[in-house]
Design a protein around this ligand. Structure first.
Ligand code: ADP
Ligand code: MG
Length: 251
């Protein structure tokens, strides 16, 4: 029996901006069902790495495969449609003048024609039904018809994360989903992400500064410094690694 191919295979990705090597020859794989944490000081290249993986930024070299298929050069909507990949951005992407429900439906329309879209017939009724299921899952029911802009920052971050899930994704890349979020919302977000992962067998890569969040959510952690991976391991291993402590204290 051969081992299952990794969901995500990142090989020798490099990206420079002018003289700055933002990402420097980074390679790693992520297996199905894993929740991989990506940590590192500010400016260590985490967001740039996500951008390179998902086509928002063209890497100078390297390759990326999702389920064995090369993805560099694919448009983000094709990535979600064909390969079930979704992401969130460090900055909020919600539309403040639209309701919670409409924000989620809009995210779903972007993924129309996806596996989920076909299953639901991609009709408005189907999209609304999917959106309502997600709203219930993320416990946003009481805010369903409120304008997104009237929600607290933490609630908007939760909505932002929920929107990525309209793709019925197999792989989700989350860029600082808990950034600036209060403790209660942080616990809620962690609980929802781990429950989704457990129930759907989906795979996550999570960039996050909040160590408690990363350490308790993730099954494995990569540490980036100056664009390169300096450590990798279980939360316990990474927490105790002197190289990691040094990188954080030295930044
Ligand atoms: P992180 O997400 O880990 O905080 P980033 O990936 O945002 O780090 O940034 C890595 C480095 O690349 C930083 O030095 C940043 O200033 C630089 N950088 C990122 N995006 C750009 C860009 N579009 N143009 C120029 N420099 C950039
Ligand atoms: Mg970043």
């Amino acid at each position: 029996m051969t081992a299952e191919a990794p969901v995500l295979d990142v090989r020798n990705i490099s990206k420079s901006f002018g003289g700055i090597k933002a990402v420097d020859d980074v390679s790693f794989t992520v297996n199905r069902g894993e929740i991989l944490g990506l940590i590192g000081p500010n400016g260590s290249g985490k967001s740039t790495l996500f951008n390179c993986i998902l086509g928002q930024s063209r890497p100078d070299k390297g390759k990326v495969e999702v389920n064995g298929k090369p993805v560099l050069g694919m448009r983000p909507c094709d990535l979600s449609k064909r390969l079930g990949v979704a992401r969130t951005f460090q900055m909020l992407q919600v539309f403040p003048q639209m309701t919670v429900l409409d924000n989620i439906i809009l995210a779903g329309q972007e993924h129309s024609g996806t596996m989920l879209g076909r299953l639901m017939g991609a009709s408005d009724a189907g999209l609304t039904e999917s959106a309502d299921r997600l709203i219930a899952f993320f416990r946003l029911g009481h805010l369903r018809d409120e304008l997104a802009g009237s929600l607290s920052y933490g609630q908007q971050k939760l909505l932002d994360a929920a929107m990525a899930f309209m793709a019925g994704p197999q792989l989700v890349l989350l860029d600082e989903p808990a950034g600036g979020v209060n403790l209660t919302m942080l616990e809620h977000l962690k609980d929802r992400l781990s429950t989704y992962n457990r129930e759907n067998g989906s795979t996550f890569v999570v960039i996050e500064h909040n160590m408690e969040f990363v350490m308790s959510l993730c099954t494995r952690i990569l540490v980036l410094a100056n664009g390169a991976i300096i450590a990798e391991g279980s939360p316990e291993e990474v927490r105790a690694n002197p190289i990691v402590i040094e990188a954080y204290l030295g930044s």
